[in-house]
Design a protein around this ligand. Structure first.
Ligand SMILES: NC(=O)NC(NC(N)=O)C(=O)[O-]
Length: 388
């Protein structure tokens, strides 16, 4: 089911979507002990912090999940409902700043629980632990449904060079929940569950417009030229971006001419651009596009364009990782389009080119900057116009 090999350089699965983060709707449903710091901190999107000399009523302030030193039988664990259910390719267990108090061992289980599965009401509160009634209620849940993805494995302490613990996962099943076990107790700063969302497309009607690239619908970023300030996977995240950090933002390109000039249509004449390639959650016909530069006010791109094509899995392998994801198959879906600051641009009709059924898109921004969201609404398969 899993490999327990740990590596220090981030493995490629960390480029996928974090299915558990709070931003994607991930939630802690149950934790055995929230004494020093509540389990909900595991799912925060921002990197863990250290606050020198800051203490709470219960102990040292810590940015993560930290249970008490156990003085009873058992071990600590929590249940996380994934924000987006899907196939998990790997996990990152970050022990940042937990040095004398990190969880020495952990394991990860997963389950695909039916909608409506209920858990005891959770009120995350420091200085508390699950009551015996709550623990008994959890026992009644058929916990044998949990499948082990990572067996009990040592973790390393939260020093800068040892805090990141990576574990690849080979299961190809769809999961809705994970259970994180700490043996016997201690602290973990962040849990990142990397993978690709999976949607039941059989329930989607031919005439239903769906954002085919959205993370929750199985879209994923496969490659990019630059993600200096923000990863392009953010552009397919849930809802509108919370702030500038929740978008795709590149560094300023250094090949921009010292004095900028524009063509007759006002598009800047610059040699370089930045790109990101996405696989759609389902091949389809794209009819409407939204490009949102929300929060990018002094750093929105001058323009963007989108190309699209249908790629087989073999063709995808050949394309991904290549400079500019070059393939002769790209067709223009959206020609060069001027963008503006902090603005939601909706495109349809004659602006969106009829390129047929496509499975992949390449979003290009010129010359650089930030795009907070890209939405590609379409039909998940070529519709029969007579039936619309
Ligand atoms: N100094 C500590 O961190 N002590 C304890 N933890 C917190 N957060 O206070 C502990 O015993 O693990």
């Amino acid at each position: 089911m899993s490999s327990t090999a740990m590596s220090t350089t981030p493995p490629s699965f960390t480029q996928l979507n974090d299915l558990a983060c709070a931003k994607a709707g991930g939630r802690v449903l149950f934790a055995t002990d929230d004494w020093f710091a509540v389990a909900d901190n595991l799912l925060k999107g921002d990197p863990p912090q250290w606050k020198e000399g800051v203490f709470t009523e219960y102990g040292k302030w810590m940015d993560g999940w930290e249970s008490r030193r156990k003085r009873m039988e058992g071990h600590d664990w929590c249940i996380v409902q994934l924000g987006v259910s899907g196939v998990i390719s790997g996990v990152e267990v970050d022990t940042s700043y937990f040095t004398g108090n990190f969880a020495p061992r952990f394991s990860l289980q997963a389950a695909c629980l039916p909608d409506g599965t209920t858990f005891p009401v959770r009120q995350p509160t420091m200085g508390t632990a699950a009551s015996s009634q709550q623990l008994a209620a959890m026992e009644e849940m058929k916990t044998e449904k949990w499948t082990e993805l990572v067996p009990m494995t040592p973790l390393r302490p939260g020093y800068p060079d040892t805090c990141k613990n990576y574990f690849p996962i080979t299961s190809t099943q769809r999961w809705t929940h994970v259970r994180l076990n700490m043996y016997p107790d201690g602290g973990i700063a962040r849990l990142r569950v990397y993978g690709i969302g999976s949607k039941d497309w059989s329930t989607v009607k031919n005439s239903e417009l769906v954002d085919l690239v959205a993370m929750e619908n199985g879209g994923v970023c496969l490659g990019f030229s630059n993600a200096h300030y923000g990863h392009p996977r953010n552009a397919i995240g849930l809802g509108r971006a919370e702030n500038m950090g929740d978008g795709w933002e590149t560094a300023r390109r250094l090949d921009r001419p010292p004095i900028l000039k524009a063509d007759k249509s006002g598009v800047l004449m610059v040699p370089g651009c930045e790109w990101a390639v996405y696989r759609l959650g389902h091949p389809g016909v794209i009819l409407k596009i939204e490009i949102d530069t929300n929060h990018f006010k002094g750093n929105y791109p001058d323009s963007c364009r989108i190309e699209a094509c249908a790629l087989s899995p073999e063709e995808e392998k050949a394309v991904v990782g290549k400079d500019g994801a070059a393939t002769g198959k790209w067709k223009t879906l959206l020609g060069p389009t001027k963008l503006s600051a902090h603005h939601r641009l909706f495109l349809s009709g004659g602006q969106v080119q009829p390129v047929g059924v496509v499975s992949h898109v390449r979003l290009t921004m010129t010359p650089d900057g930030g795009i907070s969201r890209m939405r590609l609404w379409g039909f998940p398969r070529a519709p029969n116009p007579a039936k619309l």
